[in-house]
Design a protein around this ligand. Structure first.
Ligand code: PAF
Length: 280
């Protein structure tokens, strides 16, 4: 496995590989890798000749400096996991390498970012757009793999790829869960034992909310039910629970039209911000 820290060196190597006719699959990450990330590497390996994983905790997508400081950084262990997963290339630049100066360009994703994560993390998707477009230009992948736990991120990146005619395919991949239903996330390693024991309530609530909507309860009733549910567990601070169209992310008041519905939520648990969703 090759590891590059410099943009120019990664580009030179990848250009040679592309000239030799190899297809490139790309898995962008912020490190602290878990089985969910490894499943993206596996999907990429199946589809492409060469798999590239980037590890970069992107400062421009953190609206909360404390969250950026506390984000887990485990590069050595990440590289061991990637080596075992037979990833071909790791690109792990420093912040100075990626941002010699802060970009002046700003992304505005319109209605895709005025809800949910975009509403509660101002500037977050601008930072995601900047870094993902920079990484796409550096790696020039044929396919890029993203986990559906970050459903809104997938929608935003798809929009960016379409609006800017990036010559690549976005491959959305299913969320991996622990045996008790908790969605795998790098942030889970920051949960205390007590918080970890409570964390599966997020997925349990999403399943209950899904049943309510399928039983023709309105979104407003389902949202009130969710707020009530978490009142029983005051350790959680529910930030939002939205019932939205899978593609447009626009709110749905009642699930009565064919098409995919997403229930998305974010909650703080013991100071750690967790997100999850369910699509049906
Ligand atoms: O999903 C993530 O880990 C990040 O948002 C990404 C796509 C690697 C951009 O920094």
């Amino acid at each position: 496995m090759q590891i590059f820290y410099a943009i120019a060196e990664a580009q030179e190597y990848l250009k040679t590989q592309q000239k030799a006719g190899k297809t490139i699959g790309f898995v962008p990450t912020m490190g602290a890798l878990h089985a969910g990330h490894i499943s993206l590497i596996e999907s990429s390996r199946k589809d492409n000749d060469l798999t590239v994983c980037s590890i970069f905790v992107n400062p421009t997508q953190f609206n909360n400096p404390e969250d950026l400081k506390k984000y887990p950084r485990t590069l050595e262990k990440d590289c061991e996991l990637l080596e075992a997963a037979q990833c071909d290339v790791v690109f792990a630049p420093t912040a100075e390498e990626m941002y010699p100066a802060l970009p002046k360009l700003k992304f505005d994703f319109g209605t895709l970012e005025t809800v949910m994560e975009g509403k509660f993390r101002p500037g977050h998707f601008n930072g995601v757009g900047i870094v993902v477009s920079k990484l796409f230009h550096i790696v020039k992948p044929d396919k890029a793999y993203f986990g559906l736990k970050d459903l809104q991120q997938v929608a935003v990146i798809r929009q960016m790829v379409s609006d800017l005619s990036f010559d690549l395919t976005i491959v959305p991949c299913p969320t991996l869960r622990e045996a008790d239903g908790l969605a795998m996330s790098s942030r889970n390693m920051r949960l205390s034992a007590e918080a970890r024991a409570l964390a599966p309530h997020i997925h349990q609530l999403l399943e209950l909310a899904k049943d309510k909507l399928l039983n023709r309860e309105s979104s407003a009733h389902t949202q009130a039910f969710a707020e009530d549910y978490f009142r029983k567990y005051p350790e959680f601070e529910l930030e939002y629970l939205e019932i939205a169209d899978f593609d447009t992310l626009e709110p749905i008041s009642q699930v009565n039209v064919p098409g995919k519905t997403a229930i998305c939520m974010a909650a703080f648990l013991g100071g750690v911000r967790l997100i999850d969703n369910i699509v049906f």
